[in-house]
Design a protein around this ligand. Structure first.
Ligand code: ASP
Length: 321
């Protein structure tokens, strides 16, 4: 295992700064990377201002909340949950799936029942603001764009172009390396706003929203999950690094491939962070607006990604950037 001289945390979007502040003291003083990334997820899950994760996240088309999450340290150490409706701290729940079962993923009622069996408390997931936003969306006041073709024309349903509301595709994803050189990652999300009931995106699926393999590094992704899923985005980035690509080259490969293989629309976004086993990292995005939060021995800050594919298209971004 590589020995890292210093711990490091990287997380999606600027709202992750709060979680990094909570997690950094433990990581810096020798705590585990998995504890750190779960702390980042918990902070976003509890923050009603983060409208795409946990309490405060946007509901599905029927007005109901469902949460997805994953954690990963290695191909044989990952866990995930999807379509959780009664419990808030879903990254912790994904960790419990990894640690307490021989499975990788639990879905829906099974995931909630598993959390009940472990004594996790129930939580109200729909915030008053999210409910009001859903009502505006449902009544058409939010200027749903007519005939928006979604990812591809001809689809019977496309989620969430919501007019004056922003496009909150802002999953919290974090990667951390601890003082022992162990890398871990976590993702937590309420998914795309007003998604079709039953829709699950990239975040809880190993290799899509999150992938960690100590041999190749780690990658996390946020944005329109359907774009990320079609290219196994995080797995592809790690695989590129395992075969010798730099983190920047790995991120470019993924985002360029998405751009080549999909008809991307102006509201589509993909943001990605890749971290190599030697501690070098990079981030990229399909459009401007993505932000990376870094925590290291020099402090905590949020910056624009190193590389953006399409500078000429005005991307509409969510998050508190
Ligand atoms: N990737 C997430 C999803 O598609 C959304 C996000 O990043 O906020 O479910």
């Amino acid at each position: 295992m590589s020995k890292y001289p210093k711990p490091l945390m990287l997380a999606t979007w600027s709202f992750s700064a709060r979680g990094c502040q909570a997690a950094w003291p433990g990581l810096e003083s020798g705590g585990g990377s998995l504890d750190a990334v779960c702390t980042v997820a918990r902070e976003a899950e509890s923050n009603p201002q983060v409208d795409s994760v946990g309490f405060g996240g946007m509901p599905d088309a029927a007005g109901n909340m469902s949460l997805d999450a994953s954690v990963m340290l290695a191909p044989d150490r990952c866990g995930s949950v999807c379509a959780v409706t009664r419990h808030l701290h879903v990254a912790d729940l994904a960790r419990l799936v990894m640690e307490r079962t021989s499975h990788v993923m639990l879905a829906g009622e099974g995931a909630d029942s598993f959390a009940d069996a472990l004594g996790m408390p129930h939580a109200e997931l729909l915030s008053p603001d999210a409910r009001a936003a859903w009502k505006r969306w449902r009544s058409g006041e939010a200027q749903v764009r007519p005939n928006d073709p979604g990812i591809d024309s001809g689809k019977i349903f496309s989620s969430s172009p919501i007019g004056e509301l922003h496009f909150p595709h802002d999953t919290v994803c974090a990667l951390a390396v601890d003082t022992q050189g162990v890398m871990a990652g976590a993702c937590s999300t309420s998914g795309l706003p007003f998604k079709l009931v039953g829709r699950v995106g990239d975040s809880p699926i190993p290799g899509h929203g999150l992938y960690v393999d100590p041999e190749g590094g780690g990658a996390i992704a946020t944005g329109n999950g359907e774009l990320i899923m079609g290219v196994c985005g995080s797995f592809l980035a790690v695989e590129c690094m395992r075969r010798g690509a730099t983190p920047l080259e790995a991120v470019q490969e993924v985002i360029e491939r998405i751009h080549r293989r999909y008809k991307t629309l102006p509201h589509h976004q993909v943001g990605m962070i890749a971290l190599s086993p030697n501690g070098s990292w990079s981030a990229g995005a399909l459009r401007p607006g993505f932000a990376v939060t870094i925590a290291d021995t020099t402090g905590i800050r949020s910056v624009a990604p190193e590389w953006v594919l399409q500078h000429d298209v005005e991307g509409k971004q969510g998050g508190i950037v």
